[in-house]
Design a protein around this ligand. Structure first.
Ligand code: NAD
Length: 292
């Protein structure tokens, strides 16, 4: 039977550490980490995510500023708001809750965020940084998966990793982060022919497709580590991942549950990135003025 990796427990112990890091930073440098969260429109799910992020910030002592804007906001107005936050010394992280309304140019908005405050890790600089190993911020969900693997001392180097899902926010950065740790990585997606022929080879299988029941025991190697990123709400209201948890638990060595696995780690990594940004800010030397 697989060991269930308790993401909620790890998230909670990390958050206790973060509370101490925040108070140490305030004591040492008089700085309180600040996160600006921009929410556009009335999307109910987005409002819940933003509320959770704001609460999580408060619980560890991060100052969070929630900025809500009407659906009708233009790309230019949103970019101007971000630019004002870029130059605000009390803001160390800027997050734009996605999705944005269709008329807004999402790329232009994400590119407007200073890479030094891009705590979601979606700016092209940070995405490119993942490729060459120079990222300022790692995207929160794959970063959380790496922390889960580390917490269980699961080796990554030289392991066969299969990532199911190739999105820009989960699958692709996940593959790059594990490749940076010297895993041999394959990425599968909706157009992959015969998914099982790939997944069966995985020592570590990370699934982020958004398809309930996609991964069944026959697709999993005995002893594999199975990380389920998927979050799906069924018609009966239950929340499940992409993996047949009951069946796969009997074959895997480790497995993450849904809920309570990767989910709690995502917001936790947002806190980590915001605190790291504020800490980095205190280490920056003061600008040297030109001699007259
Ligand atoms: P997405 O829709 O942007 O991308 C899904 C990816 O899965 C695509 O690359 C697609 O080609 C692939 N895919 C779809 N059906 C497939 C199939 N049958 N076989 C193989 N690949 C298939 O989704 P996303 O934003 O990457 O999110 C993926 C899942 O992870 C969703 O369930 C989402 O709710 C969840 N998620 C969870 C967290 C978390 O904190 N735990 C964070 C982000 C996303």
């Amino acid at each position: 039977m697989a060991k269930v990796i308790d993401g909620a427990a790890l998230a909670s112990s990390l958050r206790q550490e973060y509370a101490q890091r925040v108070s140490a930073l305030t004591r040492r440098a008089g700085i309180r980490p600040g996160l600006a969260v921009i929410l556009v429109g009335e999307d109910a799910a987005s409002a819940v995510y933003v509320r959770n992020k704001v609460r999580a910030c408060e619980a560890v002592g991060i100052r969070s500023v929630r900025l809500t804007r009407e659906t009708s906001i233009s790309t230019g107005e949103l970019v101007a708001l971000i630019e004002s936050l870029n130059s605000d010394p009390e803001i160390h992280g800027i997050l734009v809750q996605l999705p944005l309304p269709k008329h807004v140019d999402m790329t232009a908005v994400l590119e407007a965020i200073s890479p030094e405050k891009d705590v979601d890790g979606f700016h092209l600089y940070n995405v490119g940084g993942l490729v060459v190993g120079k990222t300022v911020f790692s995207p929160c969900t794959p970063y959380g998966v790496c922390k889960l693997l580390e917490s269980e001392h699961i080796p990554v180097e030289g392991q066969n990793v299969v990532v199911v899902g190739a999105s820009n926010i989960v699958g692709k950065p996940m593959a790059l982060m594990l490749m940076a740790k010297d895993a041999t990585v394959a990425i599968c997606h909706a157009k992959t022919r015969d998914l099982a022929q790939f997944t069966i080879l995985a020592d570590i299988l990370v699934v982020a497709a958004g398809v309930p029941g996609l991964i069944v025991p026959q697709m999993v190697k005995t002893g594999a580590v199975v990380i389920d990123v998927g979050i799906n709400r069924l018609s009966d209201g239950r929340i499940v991942g992409d993996v047949d948890f009951e069946g796969v638990s009997k074959k895997a060595s480790y497995i993450t549950p849904v809920p309570g696995g990767v989910g709690p780690m995502t917001v936790t990594m947002l806190l980590e990135n915001t605190i790291a940004s504020a800490e980095r800010h205190t280490r920056q030397p003061a600008p040297v003025s030109e001699p007259a």
